[in-house]
Ligand binder design. Structure first.
Ligand SMILES: Nc1ncnc2c1ncn2[C@@H]1O[C@H](COP(=O)(O)OP(=O)(O)OP(=O)(O)O)[C@@H](O)[C@H]1O
Ligand SMILES: Nc1ccn([C@@H]2O[C@H](COP(=O)(O)O)[C@@H](O)[C@H]2O)c(=O)n1
Length: 238
């Protein structure tokens, strides 16, 4: 046997198995914070699918598309080039080569993204992109969103569905912006979840085989530890 083959098989024996993890849940449940930390700790790639829906929404708004007009949105859906960087330590997102990481977090994008993400042509395009990114992540990946376990990656090795009370989620979000109105934040969050859960095409939903973790009374480090343990168990069993 050649040295190269021996080295490759030794590496295969010691490298942890590639694992695909889907983390879904309503807004403010801790998906991004948890997914990034878990991926970084376990050496996995990370994909924020919400950022992709925000990016296409931002492009629509910048290009004069009426985002309430589903036909107009559907016709434009194939146009923007969206590229996601999957390093959990420094995730990136560009649209037509331009860094979109800041602008996609504005209130305007947040209030319009549910209308754009409900359009089937948008979902088909972004779902294809997400599957290709997951397939290219050789060491494994944590993908977070609303329909990852149900639609995008139904064969994921591990599916987690994070929840938390609306009060806890609103308090977390309000804590990010000084002087923000807690009641208004809670109302906006409930409205966005209702739109995301109520759409016809791949709504926000828990997959039947997902593990539900209620984070209301848990600190972020506790949630991360819980998910890391679940991933390690899956990896060991592969
Ligand atoms: N268990 C927790 N306890 C306290 N704060 C938390 C917890 N989990 C997350 N947070 C905080 O709540 C805020 C929202 O978290 P995060 O962005 O991870 O949620 P999300 O589910 O990805 O939200 P969205 O879907 O709206 O993007 C962040 O400020 C984060 O630090
Ligand atoms: N898999 C997903 C992920 C997100 N969306 C839509 O994007 C919005 C923004 O998501 P954030 O996680 O960045 O808050 C979300 O409200 C959904 O409308 C989706 O449809 N599917």
């Amino acid at each position: 046997m050649s040295t190269t083959v021996e080295t490759a098989s030794a590496a295969a024996r010691t490298a942890p198995a590639a694992v695909i993890v889907a983390i879904d849940g309503p807004s403010g449940t801790g998906k991004s914070s948890t997914s990034k930390a878990v991926a970084a700790q376990l050496g996995l790639s990370y994909l924020d699918t919400g950022a992709q829906y925000r990016a296409i929404t931002w492009w629509m708004l910048n290009n004069g598309i009426d985002v309430q007009d589903a036909m107009e949105v559907a016709t434009a859906a194939a146009k923007p080039v969206i590229v996601s960087g999957t390093d959990p330590g420094a995730p990136t997102i560009t649209v037509d080569g331009e860094d979109a990481s800041g602008p996609i977090r504005t209130q305007e994008v947040t209030s319009r993204v549910s209308a754009v993400s409900a359009v089937p042509e948008v979902r088909a395009r972004i779902t294809e992109l997400q599957r290709s990114i997951a397939a290219a992540a050789e060491g494994g990946i944590v993908v977070e969103g609303r329909d990852i376990g149900t639609t995008v990656l139904p064969d994921a090795d591990l599916k987690i569905f994070l929840t938390a009370s609306p009060e806890a989620r609103a308090a977390r979000r309000s804590g990010e912006v000084r002087g923000s109105d807690l009641a208004a934040t809670k109302e906006a969050l409930i409205k966005r979840d209702a739109a995301d859960s109520g759409r016809k095409t791949s709504p926000l939903a828990k997959a039947d085989d997902a593990v539900e973790v209620d984070t209301t009374e848990l600190t972020l480090p506790q949630v991360i530890e819980c998910v890391v343990t679940l991933v390690e168990e899956k990896r060991a069993a592969k």
